[in-house]
Design a protein around this ligand. Sequence first.
Ligand code: IVH
Length: 671
Amino acid sequence: MISIKEKIEQLRDTIRYHDKKYYVENNPEITDYEYDQLIKELQQLEKAHPHLITADSPTQRVGGEPLTQFPAIEHKIPMLSIDNTYSDKELKEFDQRIKRMAGIDAHRDIEYVVELKIDGVAITLWYEKGLFAWGATRGDGFKGDDVTANLRTVRQIPLKLESVGRKQNAPPVLEIRGEMYLPNKEFQRLNEEREEAGEPQFANPRNAAAGTLKLLDPRITAKRRLCIFAYAIGYFEDFEIETHMQCLELIRGFGLPVNPHTRVCANIGAVIQYCNEWDKKRNDLDYLVDGMVIKVNSLPLHEQLGATSKAPRWVISYKYQPEQAITKVEEIVMQVGKTGTITPVANLSPVSLAGTMVCRATLHNFEEISRKDIHVGDHVVVQKAGEIIPQVVSVVKEKRNGTERTFQEPTNCPECKGAVRKDGVYLRCHNPFCRAQAKRRIQYFASRHAMDIEGFGPALVEQLVDKGFVKDYADIYYLKHDDLMKLERMGEKSSSNLICAIEESKQRNLDRLICALGISNVGVHTAEVLSDRFDTLDALAHATQEELEGIYEIGPVVAKSIIEFFQDTHTQHIIEKLKTAGVNVRKQKISTSGKNPKISGKSFVITGALQKYSRKEAEIFIKNLGGRILSQVSKKTDYLVVGEDPGTKLDKAREFHVHILDEEALEKMLQ
Ligand code: IVH
């Protein structure tokens, strides 16, 4: 029998292992559900034995209360910057300079390590006896901000260094340096969320990463998927290394991500070739790379070369020019979001930029238009920020010919003509019946991460609202087959499919419904948190500000949005309509392993046509009872559910001795 303490440590190690598989290696071995079960088990054990909680436990990433400020921290070894080069010629000069200074023959090769230069924020991490002690930003290179609480929330940063498979155990002290960044996708998600909440958007992923690191409330940092690539050891005791590449291997062995595109180049010629190769390829990555960093591989040579007061002599960066183009602003149009935020967008003469044709650019808000002095008809420099959203960088004023028109900030909503009000830097339409807002809300309600109504896309929503069939999202559930048949490009079959999809969506679990309602500041994750806490929509609707704020992860702003949403009489009316239509407003209890051992935690694959249910329905039943649905049969599959014309999955299931269920057997099990 192992002790509770050992059991807890075993669980923590298992979770750390899966954290690394998921967050560092992008190669998970278990499902989210299985992972959540491990976390829950650990949380329960720690709750029952609080004296066994340690700071490096995976449950302790988000600490207590928000900070009021960041203490300053002096760097033991200054965090110097790097000299920049912009051409092959300058790289060759760098190579010659090194040889001269180190007294190396001009014809001999120097070995370099070439790394991607990640466009993020430099940080330093200190580990003591293998445990994450503190971390700080670069600041002015000598003093930075202590952002430990925020860094602890970053799942790629191990709270305890991995020490498996290495000769050395964790060193007494170790400083690791690296670059924090936000992946482009996460940056985009964050900006969409901020637009919805009426908050100013981040200009690019670097600003977003810097802003996230400087949040005083680590609970908010935890929700953003900050990432890191470690690129150097700053300070270490007790182990011997000869090359920079060995440093990177060590860091990787400790469990931190090291960029996989790092390469050892035998000489400066190979360095130049590799740098040029990445100028083209960097746009394919999900993070911003603004150049390459070239480092002498030999550490004794680092010692010999030393540093100037600004930068070490053994490293240089090769910077890429940001891709820009000049084009004309044809017109400025307005977009109305689901909460009424009005965003100006520039329609551009199409221009090729970083491999794609660009014909629109967001102007973010009206203050930005006046700050950059953008007129309709202006020629502007456009650039891809985060290589995703094209941005207007500046106006080419020399190209003006007097025909350009200033842009008038609207005083009315472009869609419903209702009055608009200023809300920070944003303009907002406050008409609850505004058609444009209604369309965005309905689209969001039916979208994949909300009620997931298959076939209910933006073009359909346009028609349904314009024709007056749907005014709010509850009206979706009152649509008739005949109404749909009156729409363009809608046949008998697609209309029936849509009615089925609408009907099926009534059974979605409470978290999806909460998300679909479109409450300001409540996205997928917050909706899950709320449905964990409240069993019914009514219970949430009646919650007080204090009750909501008492929930871990819910702050005063989100709590206020929820209260205001449910107090609105128009909203109350829509919710009543949803209930009358039979939309599920309760949490469907998922049976735990103790209650339904046959299904809970087991994996199912469905093949062939089922008679009594649609495949989707069968999937929902299984999922609601705690089972998992997989698409392919493997040795690990528990059950194959077989309908008519099963295909090759049946052969595979037989080969792997997977239990085979026909529809009747499945039904028995579900009951
Ligand atoms: S090495 C003393 N390696 O670029 C050398 N820096 O412009 C320390 N950066 O402050 C830096 N990727 O924030 C290094 N692979 C990489 C990097 C990298 C991004 C950043 C770092 C540094 C800045 C200098």
